[in-house]
Design a protein around this ligand. Structure first.
Ligand SMILES: Cc1cc2nc3c(=O)[nH]c(=O)nc-3n(C[C@H](O)[C@H](O)[C@H](O)COP(=O)(O)OP(=O)(O)OC[C@H]3O[C@@H](n4cnc5c(N)ncnc54)[C@H](O)[C@@H]3O)c2cc1C
Length: 317
């Protein structure tokens, strides 16, 4: 067995790549698949995720749009649709800032494609990113909508927003390597996008996983102590049984014996406002110490990256 500490990696470069590459990279990271490099295979891959009902992968690419409309009734029309998982700010009477994932924009069209403002947004996105919309657009494209002007806001401009707008419109992903218990606590934060390594398909006896099961070192027990030795014995036994089950059954069946200490990798993608909420809960004295182990240093890094949003937050001792 392999024993490693928990860790994290802030994916600062992720949002600087094109949408398809971001989605593909996150998927590869979690499924330990080879990276898709050619243009053809990227488009095949994107087509496949929607065909196979894997729309959750499209939560890993977020964009910000500025929408100018020629009538306030179009603004009201959008709000009447109660869009889900989109952050919308009315910055002027007829100007909106909207941020959300490819999935959220697709589902806005699927649920409210009859609304003129939604058609205008989808026409703009469909023209620039046909890969993400061609399966849901009639005749594969829409006509521009009169009175709806859409513009994509580059990340460099989002970063110049005032702190309250920055918190809502700047999204960032973090890849965590944690134990299964911590991962389970993280996925309770509903507004985030998640991608997690699949224990159903990853066979830890395969060479690409080091031919062994990887466990997270428990912070509760000092290495060499009696408790640590008991924990170590339990993990060794568990690994033996898991490998034995793999001889005659699938990874998804064998994984049923794997414990909370098992290592998992997951990407959590959220806007800064949601991260702020998570830091408040998950660095508090009442939080799981294993969760605090990664969230407290992560908060320090976020303070350096986005001082306007996080500098005021202090950690309970
Ligand atoms: C110290 C600690 C101990 C915990 N112990 C337990 C436990 O014993 N058992 C347990 O089950 N969980 C436990 N939790 C998890 C906790 O209940 C939450 O599920 C988790 O922290 C997610 O946070 P949240 O609910 O505030 O918001 P999120 O899921 O992050 O959602 C963010 C916001 O979205 C809104 N929202 C999202 N979904 C809904 C909805 N369906 N309805 C209304 N509003 C919504 C709310 O305004 C919410 O504040 C614990 C959490 C902590 C920090």
């Amino acid at each position: 067995m392999i024993v490693i500490p928990q860790s994290y990696d802030i994916l600062v470069r992720l949002d600087k790549q094109n949408l398809a590459v971001r989605i593909e990279n996150c998927y590869s990271l979690c499924h330990k698949s080879e990276s898709v490099t050619s243009k053809e295979s990227t488009s095949f891959f994107i087509g496949r995720i929607f065909k196979e009902n894997k729309s959750y992968v499209a939560e890993m690419a977020v964009l910000t749009l500025k929408i100018d409309v020629d009538s306030e009734s179009l603004v009201a029309q959008l709000f009447s649709a109660l869009p889900k998982y989109l952050h919308i700010d009315k910055v002027e009477k007829k100007t909106l800032l909207i941020s959300g994932s490819v999935r959220a924009f697709r589902e806005l069209f699927l649920g409210h494609g009859n609304l003129k403002i939604v058609k205008g947004i989808t026409q703009y996105l469909g023209d620039r990113h046909p890969l993400f919309f061609e399966d849901i657009l009639p005749s594969r494209r829409l006509l521009p909508q009169e009175g709806v002007f859409v513009e994509k806001i580059p990340l460099s401009e989002v970063e110049t927003f005032s702190s309250d707008l920055l918190a809502k419109h700047r999204y960032i992903a973090v890849k965590f390597t944690v134990n299964r218990a911590v991962a389970h606590e993280m996925v309770r934060h509903r507004p985030c996008g998640f991608l997690q390594e699949s224990q159903r398909y990853c066979r830890y006896s395969d060479s690409k996983f080091g031919s062994q099961v990887t466990f997270i070192k428990p912070l509760f027990y000092e290495e060499g102590s009696n408790e640590y030795k008991i924990w170590e014995k339990a993990m060794l036994e568990m690994e033996k049984l898991y490998t034995q089950l793999l001889e005659t059954s699938t990874a998804q069946a064998a994984r049923t014996v794997l414990p909370n200490s098992c290592k998992t990798e997951l990407i959590v993608y959220a806007n800064l406002l949601q991260w702020l909420h998570m830091f408040k809960l998950r660095t508090s004295k009442g939080a799981d110490p294993s969760m605090r182990e990664v969230m407290i240093p992560l908060l320090d890094d976020f303070k350096k990256l986005f001082p306007a949003v996080f500098a005021h937050l202090t950690v309970e001792k």
